[in-house]
Design a protein around this ligand. Structure first.
Ligand code: HEM
Length: 520
């Protein structure tokens, strides 16, 4: 025993010296890291920082101009926060994918998250065990296999419904696109779109979506969070009164929509139940029967509802605006439309509508959908992230807590990836060496990548196939909407849509209406 003592002391001493040395080196490393420059960007002014470099609207256009001047990384300092704009796919992948654990968080959304109370949505959730639970639920519910197996018939029916509207009231083509897309997601998630008392859940959820997007688009309290603690009767506190009202309304919609869907599952109402609710609730109730764990049951229901609720808010406008872009592209680039129709006619013929079984025989149409995702990215400035620790990239310091923006518009117009990027050209995806697949960036990156990408792609595909099979789309002569320039064609809101335009919708056959069903 005695003979071991000096050895132990010596080894303890060594360990302590080793640890001290490691700490010293680490300390020096961090001190040197802290001295590294931030990525390039416009010079910040005293007190205001780069506030004057941040526009009030059409953000993605400004981010793209900054990228032309400063390169793929642009760093801004606005009072209270650092902002990094990433405009190259390589840098976005290096940071958001390869260093995913540093960049998987979202920033604090004071207005829409904390005051309106939507912080439980998957899209806005901070990196947390609850968010991880959502992601694992989503992996099972929105995988390519499940989308094909459970949702194909439904998506095909909604495309047919749109054809019916186009043939009966073509002047409403944009309003009806919105209606059909909203119903598509709501029915896939919750089953029925109304209830016994005649409440219209599509309308109610659309209201929630509009309100939440309004709340995410920027309130003073997001820059000065302390304002949330002032009493709501003070002048200038209208946002607090709005938030309280919206919170109550949204909670009621969320509760009622979910209760309606639960009643369908529990009562075995097969006609009105969605595969999403049925599969997930059935699993949860089985587990509860075995364990009797009520807390787990409540948590499970909350996760299923919060995730489903996120589908509507994240999935309706994004997909709808891309479909809207397909219609616009068809009138602006008529030769693309003709080529797609020639392919559809050759493969499908004129006696029946296209189905998902035709997909592999329609490569040009596949390229049209890819091109639509690139040409009019519906989330042009991405969805912000927040860095969880200091990071060093290409010799620059990205400090902990930086808000990260990925500029998908800039990526889509980058001439390093795309030749003549403002032209809608599906051929770019069909060349022996195809140009960059836009799915590499329009759906985001890494651990937060859009879980609805497959559902979105398939919905767009069946809509495009059906519309082009049935109708010729033509620009209305004399429509004054300026559509010649890339930057006039889209509105560049947080979720960006093409500007409204007029369109002539001409049936490609006399007996068109007999070809699709009328029971919607
Ligand atoms: C063309 C259509 C769509 C586009 C362009 C799109 C794009 C995006 C983008 C850019 C993000 C942020 C990803 C990131 O931070 O890296 C996102 C997140 C998300 N999307 Fe989509 N999306 C589309 C359709 C859908 C659909 C149909 C659904 C569901 C039904 C959906 C559900 C979600 C959810 C739940 C998130 C949050 C993921 C998370 O924070 O973990 N999206 N989407």
């Amino acid at each position: 025993m005695a003979s071991h003592l000096p050895d132990t002391l010596a080894s303890n001493g060594l360990a302590i010296t080793g640890a001290a040395l490691a700490l010293l080196l680490l300390g020096r490393y961090w001190t040197s890291v802290k001295r590294l420059p931030y990525p390039p960007g416009p010079r910040p002014l005293p007190l205001l920082g780069n506030l004057l470099d941040v526009p009030n609207s059409r953000f993605a256009l400004t981010w793209t101009k900054l990228a032309e001047k400063y390169g793929p990384l642009t760093f801004l300092t606005v009072p209270g926060q650092h902002v990094l704009i990433i405009s190259s796919v390589e840098a976005a992948k290096d940071l958001l994918e390869k260093r995913g654990s540093i960049y998987m968080d979202r920033p604090r959304f004071v207005m829409v998250g904390e005051l309106v109370g939507l912080e439980y949505l998957t899209t806005l959730s901070r990196s947390s065990p609850t968010w991880k639970k959502h992601r694992s639920l989503l992996k099972h519910t929105l995988s390519a296999q499940v989308v094909k197996r459970d949702y194909s018939a439904h998506m095909t029916k909604k495309a047919e419904q749109y054809l019916h509207y186009l043939s009966t009231r073509p002047e409403e083509f944009l309003k009806d696109l919105n209606k059909v897309m909203a119903e598509n997601i709501l029915e896939l998630t919750y089953g029925r779109r109304d209830d016994e008392e005649g409440r219209d859940y599509v309308k109610l959820n659309s209201y929630v979506m509009e309100t939440s997007i309004r709340a995410i688009e920027g309130y003073i309290v997001d820059f000065v969070p302390a304002l949330r603690h002032l009493p709501s009767w003070l002048p200038g506190m209208q946002f607090k009164r709005d938030a309280a009202k919206w919170k109550q309304e949204i909670e009621e919609v969320r509760r009622a929509t979910f209760e309606r869907a639960k009643r369908s599952v529990v009562s075995g109402d097969a006609e009105h139940v969605s595969a999403y609710m049925l599969n997930n609730l059935r699993d949860l109730y089985h587990k509860h029967e075995e364990s009797g764990d009520t807390e787990a049951l409540e948590e499970g229901e909350m996760a299923i509802n919060a995730t489903g609720f996120s589908f509507f808010i994240a999935g309706v406008d994004t997909t709808q605006f891309t479909a809207h872009g397909i219609l616009l592209a068809m009138i602006l680039f008529p030769s693309v439309q003709e080529k797609a129709q020639a392919e559809i006619d050759r493969v499908v013929g004129r006696d029946r509508l296209p189905t998902f079984n035709d997909q592999q025989d329609l490569p040009y149409l596949h390229a049209v959908v890819l091109e639509a995702l690139r040409w009019g990215p519906s989330v042009p400035s991405g969805l912000a992230r927040r860095s969880l620790s200091d990071d060093v990239y290409n010799g620059y310091l990205i400090p902990e807590g930086t808000t990260i923006i990925f500029n998908t518009w800039g990526m889509s117009r980058n001439t390093q990836y795309y030749k003549n990027p403002s032209t809608f050209d599906p051929e770019r995806h069909l060349k022996p060496n195809p140009e960059l697949d836009p799915r590499e960036f329009v759906f985001g990156f890494g651990r937060r990548i859009c879980p609805g990408n497959e559902l979105a792609f398939q919905t767009l595909w069946i809509m495009a196939a059906s519309i082009l099979w049935a109708f010729k789309l033509k620009r209305v002569e004399g429509d004054p909407t300026p559509l010649d320039d890339d930057v006039d064609r889209f509105n560049f809101d947080f979720l960006s849509s093409p500007v409204p335009f007029k369109c002539q919708i001409i049936p490609r056959a006399d007996d068109l209406k007999d070809k699709f069903s009328h029971s919607f």
